[in-house]
Design a protein around this ligand. Structure first.
Ligand SMILES: [Zn+2]
Length: 211
């Protein structure tokens, strides 16, 4: 009897170690297409003195605003009701999925947010005006936000690239996932709607870092 108990305890211990080495679990947040604007562009689109209004808090002090715009690509192909995120930034930026890029008739590069040099041109239309960006339209590079404590626990550093596995019925591994570490971040992997739909993943689903 004593021996059986010991065997069971050993088996359980083994399972627990295996589980730990099995990878660091991360919840997914699916990002829909959205726009970041400068204050100058907010005013060009919504009127002089206009301030974005908060609809929903996001991590890192960001928020989804109540304001939406229309984005216009080549041959006047457009997508309406694109959410503006706040607060205002130093440069305006439009983040779309690869499917959106096809719909807009544009070639859009995969970039990290903020890295817009030489990215695709795009027009933005608001209720009070329109702007044209020579560059600023990107397909966002998938990434994981985490706090320094999470990074320590996961054994990764800011700027690292990892692979992430979604262990659902479709089963997908994502490579080239960039780690972004900041005190203001809560643990979340950000993918766009194309990536989520292709892998049958919804916001709140768990994935694991495998590499
Ligand atoms: Zn993100």
């Amino acid at each position: 009897m004593e021996q059986i108990t010991r065997l069971v305890i050993e088996a359980i211990n083994r399972m627990e170690t295996e589980k730990k080495s099995d990878g660091f679990a991360v919840p997914v947040g699916v990002s829909a297409r959205h726009v970041h604007l400068t204050q100058e562009h907010v005013e060009a689109l919504f009127g002089p003195g206009y301030q974005l209004t908060k609809r929903k808090e996001l991590m890192g002090g960001q928020f989804a605003s109540n304001e939406t715009v229309t984005i216009v690509g080549l041959k006047l192909r457009a997508i309406e009701n694109v959410r503006v995120l706040g607060p205002v930034r130093k440069a305006s930026q439009v983040e779309v999925s690869a499917t959106d890029a096809i719909r807009l008739g544009m070639k859009v590069p995969v970039r990290e947010s903020g890295d817009i040099d030489g990215s695709a041109p795009v027009a933005i239309v608001g209720p009070k005006g329109a702007i044209y960006l020579n560059e600023g339209c990107i397909v966002a590079m998938r990434h994981i936000h985490m706090s320094p404590a999470d990074a320590l626990a996961a054994g990764v550093r800011d700027g690292d690239f990892v692979s992430v596995k979604a262990d659902n019925e479709r089963g997908t591994t994502f490579d080239h996932v960039k780690i972004r570490v900041d005190e203001s971040f809560t643990l979340e992997m950000h993918i766009d709607t194309d990536e989520a739909n292709a892998a049958l993943i919804s916001t709140g689903d768990m994935v694991t870092i495998v590499d």
